[in-house]
Design a protein around this ligand. Structure first.
Ligand code: T6T
Length: 315
């Protein structure tokens, strides 16, 4: 069954949904900078952004780096700042490396809205919108526990340290695992957002610890590679995999049984609220500095109901 928390109810309004005007007072120029291009999570977010921009009568352009990497994202931000848009919506790729460039963007008079990830000190931002990532990490542990109540060794497959979202997911998972004496928490592995690296790391981990019973893969690419590696190691029957995010490939993996549960975020809502906050800031309205969006635990059992509703559309 779905281990939904209140925060995981997709029909519930966000904790602090913004108050939105029907129209912007003028056709503002918005720039959306993704964490990485070609990622279904950011593509769904872009759909939410574009729909809301059309509704409010503002213009938005989207671009992003080829890899989830601050050395590639910073030049994109710098050139966006040079073009002087009214607002920038951005998912910063590193808490430290993107701090100064984003502060500079705000100092240049551009409204900065953080969507998904954040930086060390986001006080320059008009608003920061993100999932309940700690809660999502805990939900991932709960899902593994439900699949394997007897306990055992568990591990997290992450992307890179310094990515705020996945670091919080790790924390939520780690705290829950360590609080349960039946479970043993193995060191987290960092796959650099690359499925092939995740597949190699999980197969080495399974050689060291063949009795691993559960892996929490902290984003789309970690989940894809972990499922491949577990299958290649011939461990699919004993290792339960819980992924984060619910793109078309993850839903297929769930249906095929190579992944047992998914924690689905609400990227479309994050994007929609991002545009609302940008327009509120530009029109001098009452903004919301911090917005937390929910998540849904998707399993094969609820896929045809609320789980399927929460899956990202490949629009
Ligand atoms: O999990 C999302 C996002 O929340 C995270 O910050 C980076 O990875 C994803 O984009 C999924 O690939």
């Amino acid at each position: 069954s779905a281990a939904n928390t209140a925060a995981g109810d997709p029909s519930a309004p966000a904790a602090s949904a913004p108050v939105v005007p029907a129209k912007a007072s003028k056709n503002y120029n918005l720039q959306f900078i993704q964490g990485v291009t070609g990622d279904e999570f950011y593509i769904t977010m872009q759909c939410g952004i574009e729909a809301e921009a059309a509704k409010l009568g503002v213009t938005v352009k989207t671009q992003g780096p080829q890899k989830f990497d601050p050395t590639l994202q910073k030049p994109i931000l710098d050139s966006a700042v040079a073009a002087k848009p009214d607002a920038i919506l951005i998912a910063p790729t590193d808490v430290t490396a993107m701090q100064t460039p984003l502060q500079a963007a705000a100092a240049a008079g551009i409204k900065v809205i953080l969507v998904d990830t954040t930086t060390e000190d986001p006080s320059y931002a008009a608003s920061a919108i993100a999932s309940d990532n700690v809660g999502g990490g805990k939900a991932a542990f709960d899902a593994i526990k439900e699949l394997n109540p007897g306990g055992g060794k568990v591990m997290v497959m992450s992307t890179d340290p310094g990515v705020s979202t996945v670091d919080l997911r790790i924390k939520g998972f780690e705290d829950a695992a360590k609080a349960d004496s039946k479970f043993q928490y193995l060191p987290v592995q960092y796959s650099h957002n690359d499925p092939a690296t995740a597949a190699n790391l999980i197969s080495s981990a399974l050689q060291r610890d063949p009795d691993i019973i559960g892996v929490f893969a902290a984003n789309l690419f970690a989940a894809e590679g972990t499922a491949t590696g577990v299958r290649q190691a011939g461990k699919a029957s004993t290792v339960k995999i819980v992924g984060f995010d619910a793109g078309p490939n993850q839903i297929k993996a769930l249906q095929e049984g190579t992944v047992q549960a998914l924690i689905a975020q609400q990227p479309g809502n994050i994007g929609q609220f991002g545009v609302d906050e940008a327009v509120a800031a530009l029109d001098g309205g009452q903004g919301t500095p911090k917005i937390q969006t929910g998540f849904t635990t998707i399993t094969k059992e609820n896929l045809n109901g609320e789980g399927g509703q929460a899956a990202y559309k490949s629009s």
